[in-house]
Design a protein around this ligand. Structure first.
Ligand SMILES: *Cc1c(COP(=O)(O)O)cnc(C)c1O
Length: 369
């Protein structure tokens, strides 16, 4: 069977997303038990215990459909964020909200602007709809909002801003963001991805939700990162009612499962878990910064729960050598950076294990460890 003539042409340019390796796979391949994963920006403390308890209680009711409108979660989120319920859309991860946006708005003649490097979902959703992806490199590795604004044309439908940016951990401040909004036309959508919002420490960090009345701005948040619920798949978008209404038109009626909704509801009020996660991350960043400095490796100070650092050898080879020592990280070649690695901030013990493995690998480097 030749599918070439059958397949939608826009699909041909899409390559399958390569996720961070699951721990079990590495254990199987290497025959070692003691493996740690610092590759997918997961919370090293695990989920909020309250969220686990809430989801467990529901297991016996698995035969009942979820609330498609996520009424209780929206009510809690609306109160927590100070927004209206109909300014919220809940997704099967914020990844789904990105896809809903593309399905509702992107057409083949459209251009969509992203930074380079940045999170891969924006390219995927753009290509899926057959729209044209415009990648804008900055002076450094972070978002250059001036250049991104300058890249806007008559055809531009949307701009994705990942803040803090994955994989660099860099941030754009309020002034830069507001200048950007002033520079771009009223007809261009601005998707502000704030997956790492809760980790940011910089005082001049813009809160996307403050701009929801500017009909262009859709802010994305997730329960996958600081709340530690990545396995449940739940995230959300905040924007103008009308914009959210269009996203709801393309949303599957039962897109977010009951367990995720209930877990998210519990996680939202578990301020102790959020606080502990934030403190652990702050201490872990310092621990890793010091280690990189000692090893003479360049790194980007991060506002998120991961750090991008430069490698003296091809990152893919270092990644494999670290993996043989039971430490899984993310080679940044998938982001177009063949000499960088992104490491998630772990517990102090996990960070130490990563540091020791990296020191060993670098000390004994002979090309193909
Ligand atoms: C992790 C991450 C997300 C979250 O995705 P979910 O689908 O909610 O798990 C979104 N955006 C960025 C930039 C991320 O790094």
């Amino acid at each position: 069977m030749n599918y070439d003539r059958l397949i939608r042409r826009s699909i041909l340019g899409i390559t399958h997303y390569e996720p961070g390796k699951p721990i079990e796979e590495v254990q199987r391949e290497l025959g070692i038990d003691d493996v740690i994963k610092l590759a997918s920006n997961e919370n090293p403390l695990g989920p909020s215990p309250r969220a686990v308890e809430a989801a467990e209680k529901l297991l016996a009711e698995a035969h009942i459909y979820p609330d498609g409108g996520a009424y209780r979660l929206k009510e809690a989120l609306a109160a927590d964020l100070g927004v209206e319920k109909d300014e919220l859309i809940i997704g099967n991860g914020s990844d789904e909200v990105i896809k809903l946006l593309a399905e509702a708005f992107f057409q083949p003649e459209d251009e969509v602007i992203v930074a380079d490097p940045t999170f891969g979902e924006y390219a995927y959703a753009t290509q899926l709809m057959g729209a044209r992806l415009v990648k804008v490199k900055g002076e450094g590795l972070g978002h250059d909002l001036e250049r991104m604004a300058a890249a806007v044309t008559e055809r531009t439908k949307a701009v994705f801003i990942c803040n803090p940016n994955n994989p660099t951990g860099t941030m754009n401040n309020r002034g830069e963001f507001e200048n950007f909004l002033r520079r771009i036309p009223e007809r261009v959508l601005v998707i502000l991805d704030q997956a790492y919002f809760e980790y940011v420490e910089a005082p001049d960090y813009p809160n996307g939700i403050d701009y929801r009345h500017d009909g262009r701005v859709l802010t994305l948040r997730t329960f996958s990162k600081i709340h530690g619920l990545a396995g449940f798949r739940i995230g959300y978008g905040v924007g103008a009612k009308e914009l959210v209404g269009y996203l709801n038109r393309v949303r599957e009626p039962f897109n977010v499962n009951r367990f995720a909704q209930e877990a998210a509801l519990a996680a939202l009020t578990d301020t102790e878990h959020i606080q502990r996660s934030r403190e652990l991350n702050r201490a872990g960043k310092d621990q890793l910064y010091r280690a990189f400095e000692t090893m003479g490796l360049d790194y980007l100070p991060s506002e998120a729960n991961f750090i991008l650092f430069a490698t003296p050898y091809p990152a893919r080879d270092l990644f494999k050598a670290l993996q043989r020592r039971g430490v899984i990280v993310r080679p940044a070649d998938i982001f177009g950076l063949p000499n960088h690695i992104r490491v998630t901030v772990g517990t102090p013990e996990q960070n130490q294990r990563f540091i020791r493995a990296l020191q060993e690998v670098l000390a004994g480097w002979q090309g193909n460890q």
